[in-house]
Unconditional design. Structure first.
Length: 145
């Protein structure tokens, strides 16, 4: 699991994102047909009323914070920072984002979803801190300070 460094968790999260895209269309198209809603008549309001709205919102969420995850993983990989701690944190981030997706797309209990999101954010923060140290940009190591 660790032999591909920081790249395997990136690929795994992209695969999960594609699964969520498929889930979105598998739920949205029938919901639109049932509501007799044509694509050219769709508005934000009537799309949010569809049962597929939580899946769609989650797919959009996977286009937000995870972009930082991708950048940090590639930065750590390029800097040779592929120690087990970083790879483990990357896999933990992926697992938390998958859990977040499953919560949002099914039961959508906001407090539980928020706790999972915050845990993922802390993991992303740790990866970012490791990248900052490795790149010499840590606050205690900035040029001129």
């Amino acid at each position: 699991m660790y032999e591909h460094g920081m790249i395997a968790p990136v690929v795994a999260l992209v695969i999960w994102t594609m699964i969520m895209l498929i889930w979105l269309y598998v739920t949205r198209i029938p919901a639109m047909q049932k509501a007799k809603l044509k694509p050219n008549e769709a508005t934000k309001a009537n799309m949010e009323a569809l049962p597929s709205a939580n899946v769609a919102n989650n797919y959009n969420h996977l286009m937000e914070q995870p972009t930082l995850f991708y950048a940090i993983c590639f930065a750590l990989q390029f800097m040779g920072q592929t120690q087990e701690i970083n790879i483990g944190l990357a896999w933990l981030y992926v697992a938390l984002r998958v859990l977040h997706s499953l919560i949002q797309a099914t039961v959508n209990v906001i407090m539980i979803r928020w706790l999972v999101f915050m845990a993922a954010s802390l993991v992303l923060g740790a990866l970012t801190f490791h990248a900052a140290i490795a790149s010499g940009l840590a606050w205690f190591n900035l040029p001129g300070h």
